[in-house]
Design a protein around this ligand. Structure first.
Ligand code: C2E
Ligand code: MG
Ligand code: MG
Length: 365
């Protein structure tokens, strides 16, 4: 907090002095250490209603400074202000959305590549915003995480997904019942009450534990390493299956894969999207699949969009896939139509793997 600031130049001079002071090395237990700082500045003349918004403004400016190469400073400006106002508006709307139950779930089929049969669905949340229409989870889940609203939202997702799957299992009985996959965010995963919540939801909806899969990203596991092991073991003991979501995008610390009791590895779309044209990607996916098998895990390829990608995945003997090639995430009625069909992806189950290791085919593309 700086008093006696008359204009922006007063404050930037001070920021420069901070940078200057930090540029000289200092001694830490006999070691010479260098550090730098990224500085975000908000002027008190900017219109803010709440002190925390002023701080958030400075925070946004600081991240802008970090983004523009670190060790510099940025002043909160009108662009950032517009961004923040939109964010605050969305946050307010999100709070009301919880009360008004503006959420719905879409379901994307997960397909067994050897048979072309649907083995389950991933539940994906959508927000039906009264003015903006359907809002993507990529936009609002981070806000829900930051504000703590993820707790009631996550609980709703879990209950609705389990309820829906139980109802489908009752309506469409099968020897191998469908599973439902539910995404857990980092903050949900850090809540000790999660286990009790899941147990209660399963009892109330009547879904068996074996029909529920939880998807957790590498980052969520790594951010909660202390509690993660205990939490995962308890879930596993209940009979719930555990998936690593978006594998390859996070820390990719292989150590945790060995230690944590995961059942399924979902290879991120960024690897799959070029598996048919990029030899390096193909080799990476091959390695990931072998690694998963060696650790006793099954593999799901995410974001499969073309028959060429599918053919490569078949050559690699990848067990499961999901993606637009099979189906986009569907609303309840559309998903039901798909479940009612005996063999909806028969044509795709007949796609053949390319000959050889796949590289020959790549070369000829
Ligand atoms: P995710 O769990 O990795 O989900 C897969 C995302 O990829 C979905 O995006 C899906 O629509 C999209 N996708 C599937 N196949 C394809 C494809 O072939 N091509 C392309 N381009 N995209 C494909 P969506 O629904 O927008 O969800 C984005 C992320 O938001 C999810 O990534 C997940 O991390 C998060 N999310 C979604 N629903 C929930 C939820 O209920 N709770 C929590 N905590 N996170 C959720
Ligand atoms: Mg997922
Ligand atoms: Mg994913």
């Amino acid at each position: 907090m700086l008093d006696c600031i008359h204009d922006v130049t007063d404050v930037t001079k001070i920021a420069e002095r901070v940078h200057q002071a930090l540029s000289t090395p200092f001694n830490l237990n006999g070691h010479e250490v260098f550090t730098s700082a990224s500085i975000g500045i908000t002027m008190s003349t900017t219109a803010f209603d709440r002190p925390e918004d002023l701080l958030r403004g400075a925070d946004i400016a600081m991240y802008r400074a970090k983004g523009s190469g670190k060790a510099c400073h940025e002043i909160f400006d009108t662009d950032m202000h517009t961004h923040l106002v939109n964010l605050l508006q969305l946050e307010n709307d999100l709070r009301r959305a919880v009360e008004r139950q503006e959420f719905l779930l879409h379901y994307q089929p997960i397909v067994a590549l050897s048979t072309g049969k649907i083995v389950g669905f991933e539940a994906l949340i959508r927000w039906q915003h009264p003015e903006q229409g359907l809002v993507s989870p990529i936009k609002f889940i981070p806000i829900a995480e930051e504000t703590g609203l993820i707790a009631p939202i996550g609980q709703w997702v879990l209950r609705e997904a389990c309820r829906q799957m139980k109802s489908w299992q009752d309506r469409f009985p099968s020897d191998s019942p469908l599973c439902i996959s539910v995404n857990l965010s980092s903050r949900q995963f850090s809540q000790p009450s999660l286990i009790g919540q899941i147990r209660q939801t399963l009892v109330e909806t009547g879904l068996t534990t074996h029909s529920l899969k939880l998807e957790i990203t590498e980052s969520a596991i790594m951010e909660n390493t202390e509690s993660a092991m205990d939490m995962l073991l308890q879930l596993k003991a209940m009979g719930i299956q555990l998936s690593v979501d978006d594998f390859g995008t996070g820390y990719s610390s292989l150590g945790y894969l060995y230690r944590f009791p995961m059942d399924l590895l979902k290879v991120d779309r960024s690897f799959i999207s070029r598996v048919d044209v990029d030899g390096e990607k193909l080799e990476l996916v091959r390695t990931i699949i072998t690694l998963a098998w060696n650790l006793g895990m099954d593999v799901v390829a995410e974001g499969v969009e073309t028959t060429k990608q599918l053919a490569q995945l078949k050559a690699l003997k990848c067990e499961y896939a999901q993606g637009y090639l099979f189906s986009k995430p569907l609303n309840r009625q559309e998903a039901e139509k798909l479940i009612a069909i005996e063999h909806p992806f028969k044509h795709l189950s007949q796609v053949l793997p390319p000959s050889g290791r796949g590289i020959d085919t790549l070369d000829s593309l």
